[in-house]
Each structure stands twice: as C-alpha cells, then as structure tokens.
Design a protein. Structure first.
Length: 465
C-alpha cells in the first residue's frame, strides 16, 4: 500500500505534522536519516503512534518507492546546507511531476535557486513557511506557500485540512507568491515576531522595578482580554507565572538572546530594499546588545547608578505598547509589499494578514483588526481610524519613553516606533541638508523644490553669491 504524503525529517516539527496528518485520516510515509544519534527516531515514532496509516523509513529509496505518484514530499529539516544535501540525494530518485515542499525557515533566495533547479529537472518545488511551533504543527499551523499553482492545487486539500482555521473557518494557508514568496513572507513574519517579542520585553523591563512577575502576569491577563490580546502575550503570561521549586523560572534565565537568522534576514531585506523597517531591526540589534553580557556587567559595576523605584502608569504603557505594535505590523507588511513589487510576486497583503490570524506565533486581535483594512487599503496608514488612534496615542508614547529613559531603560523598539512616526508625518524633513552635504563633498547633485523633478543641480558650495 502506497502513502499519499511523505515527510523527510522527524524532528519536533516533522513529528508533530505527521501526527496532524494521520489524525485527519491521510496515509503517510516518514523518513529520518539513520545515524548513531538518530537511530531510534523512526522505531520510537512507529511504536508511539501504533497507526496503520504510517510507514517509517531510514532508507531514502524505499521511502520514495512507498509514495503514490505524483509524489508529495515535505522536507522538515534545518534550513541551509542540510536542504541542499537532502535534495542532492532525493532528486535522482524522483519522477517528473513529483512535488517537493520545503517546510523549513529557508532563505527565499535559496528557495528561488532550488525551485529553478527542480524546474529544470521537471519537478515542482514549493517553499512553505510554516508557523506555530510544535503545538501549531500538531493542532494546525499557519502556512505561507510560494511556488506554482499547479503544484499547489495538488497538495492543497491535504494542507488545508491540517492547517489552522481563521475567524470564518477558512484554512490559514494560501499561495502567496511564486518563486520564494512564501519563505520571504515567513521571514518577515518572524521579523515582526522579533519586534513583538522585544516590545513585550521592554514593557516587562518597565514594570519590573515596581511589580513582581506574578503581578505583571495579572496585568497582562487583563491586557489579553482586549485589543492587545495575542498568542505572544499569552505565552508571556505563562512564562511569568512559571515556578520551579516555588521560585520564578524566568528570574533564573541568563539574559543573552539567541537567534537563528530570520530576524537578521528581515533587516537585510529592509536594507536591500531601502525600506525603513526600523522596529524589527531595532529588535534584532537589541538581541546583539544582549550578547555583550561581559561588557554590560563591567560597565554596570563601574558606573554604579542608583536604582529608582517608581510606579509606571500602566494605562499609558498599554497605549504606547499598542502604538508600537501597530507600526511594527505596518512596517513588516510594507516591507512585504515593497519586495513583492520588486520580485513580481503580486502578494495580496490582506490574504497574508488573514493567514496570520490563527495558528502562527503572530496570531493576535490586532491582526483581526488589520485584516479588513488591508482589504480596502494597500497601506495600513491610509485608514482614518488607525491614523486617529496613532495620533491619539502619541503623547502616551512620549510620556512612557521619557519616564523609562530617565530610569535608564533601553527601549529600542518603543523609541524606534516613535521616531518612525515622527519621520513619516513630517512633510519637510532635514534630508535637504543631507543632499546638500552629498553635493558639497562629492558633487552628487540635488533636486530643487523650485525646478522640475527631472532636473539635477550641482553647486560650488565654497563660494557665495
Ligand atoms: C514560528 C517561529 C519559528 C521559530 C523562530 C525562532 O513561526 O513558528 O517563528 O519559526 O521559533 O524562527 O527564531 P529565532 O530562533 O531566530 O528567535
């Protein structure tokens, strides 16, 4: 009996997706490589599941043979060279028309390269961003697909069945762009995720001097009931409440943040596009600051500042938090739009937002609010209600920043959101001086407000009159 679907890689995500697929009644072949460290993976999976619909393999050829054609094979392996290594081994075993799907956090340019190679060999290649972690994979993830619609239509039913469902019970999966588009959107999803996580960390830092972790959790429980509610806030509440031998586990965690690359890729994409995704970039950089633990410790001892103990206005803090989140989402979505235009993906932003409303790490009330707006506008800031809200919250952000900085809190994302706001609401900025400077030292030319836009000028700035 041949299986309808195959998964390569039975790590945490592969295993959870396998269980999800079987739960929905599909038949599955699971492959994991055989190494000393991983030799128990397949036997333990089979003995745990005790399910007739799954076949397990450590031999790639037998795995490929066990699948119905056209074969539908999902790679759930670490991004980077492991994907190329598996493809090199796998593709000689495939037949024309087979569909390879990469469900990892691959760089979209790698996906573009692999898609081209697969096409040359007459295979289909889908780059699928899968979000939701272990639980999402098991109960229904959010999936961002990139590739050709022919291949997508063949795997659509299965993927839609196992995915999360949105507010209208529609599957949180969509074909969002050809040629790497799905992986790019997943990357920016993660970039926004970095911003959202850092904003929560900044809020936590502001509350920490005056509230216990349990008290912060209480406040967040309240925030979670309304428009500030989100999966990440919920997760943070659980973290704040977690005890180990009656003591907070959070307090025992080393304050040095790791990362696996997607945040950095988002920032690089913003820089490459010349797009101001300042909030997610600030979040990436703040993880880098956290890595300077030794320097931080030394300087903090040498400077020996006194600590303050003041109570923050939590209503204002909530308003400032929501202000920054709105702009973080605005930046991420516009970065997708900008890249989609230059890559020719024609991404539908309202569909991106819909796919993110459930199953993924970004899932939130805010996304549900944004969704209908993105159906009517290409940019969030075109919406009058959003603009009004941002304008109204601006003073709360200033107050929180002043308060927080007087107490020497690093608030890079909150600050970046306000700086971005000031930047984009200024019709006449100081960039005229930048242009004059460029022309003064390098004759790089400038345009004049009193001359047609297609004319460039250069001036000898050393002489006057
Ligand atoms: C998701 C997550 C997932 C992963 C992050 C972690 O959408 O399910 O984003 O992909 O947990 O990539 O990223 P860092 O290790 O870089 O923080």
């Amino acid at each position: 009996k041949r299986s309808e679907f195959g998964i390569i890689g039975m790590g945490v995500m592969g295993r959870s997706l396998a269980k999800n697929i079987l739960r929905h009644g599909f038949s599955l072949s699971a492959y994991n490589r055989y190494t000393e460290a991983e030799k128990e993976v397949i036997p333990s999976l089979l003995s745990e599941l005790q399910n007739e619909d799954i076949q397990g393999f450590t031999n790639l050829e037998a795995f490929v043979e066990s699948l119905v054609t056209p074969r539908k094979i999902l790679l759930m392996i670490p991004a980077g060279s492991p994907v190329d290594a598996v493809l090199e081994e796998l593709t000689p075993l495939l037949s024309q028309g087979d569909i390879i799907m990469d469900g990892g956090n691959s760089h979209y340019k790698d996906t573009q390269r692999r898609e081209k190679l697969a096409k040359d060999q007459k295979f289909h290649y889908l780059g699928i961003g899968i979000s939701g972690g272990e639980e999402g994979a098991l109960l229904g993830p959010s999936m961002m697909v990139g590739g050709d619609s022919l291949a997508y239509n063949i795997v659509k039913v299965l993927l839609e069945t196992i995915s999360a469902k949105d507010f209208n019970n529609k599957p949180c999966i969509s074909l969002l762009g050809a040629n790497g588009g799905g992986h790019f959107i997943k990357t920016i999803h993660n970039g926004i995720e970095y911003g959202e996580m850092q904003l929560l960390a900044e809020v936590y830092a502001l509350l920490k001097p005056s509230l216990s972790n349990d008290e912060i959790a209480e406040l967040f429980i309240d925030w979670n009931t309304g428009e500030t509610g989100s999966f990440l806030l919920e997760t943070t509440i659980a973290i704040l409440q977690k005890k180990e031998n009656k003591e907070s586990l959070l307090d025992k965690i080393w304050d040095v943040a790791s990362s696996k690359g997607t945040g950095t890729w988002s920032s690089i994409a913003a820089l490459e596009q010349g797009f101001p995704a300042t909030i997610l970039t600030a979040a990436v950089m703040e993880r880098a600051v956290s890595n300077t633990k030794e320097l931080r410790t030394t300087l903090s001892e040498r400077l020996d500042y006194e600590s303050f103990l003041a109570t923050i206005d939590t209503e204002k803090l909530k308003e400032a938090y929501q202000f920054a989140r709105l702009l973080n989402h605005q930046q991420g979505l516009q970065l997708i739009e900008t890249t989609s235009n230059s890559e020719g993906w024609d991404v539908d932003l309202s569909e991106v937002v819909r796919v993110w409303t459930n199953g993924c790490i970004l899932k939130s009330e805010l996304l549900k609010t944004i969704h209908p707006i993105m159906g009517n506008h290409s940019i969030l800031l075109e919406d009058t209600a959003i603009l009004k809200k941002l304008k109204h919250s601006e003073s709360a952000v200033v107050d929180i920043l002043v308060w927080g900085m007087q107490q020497r809190n690093a608030l890079p994302c909150l600050s970046a959101s306000l700086q971005y706001w000031y930047g984009i609401i200024t019709a006449f900025s100081s960039a005229n001086l930048i242009q004059a400077q460029r022309d003064a030292f390098g004759a790089h030319t400038y345009k004049r407000i009193d001359a047609p836009k297609d004319q460039s000028f250069t001036t000898n700035w050393k002489t006057n009159g």
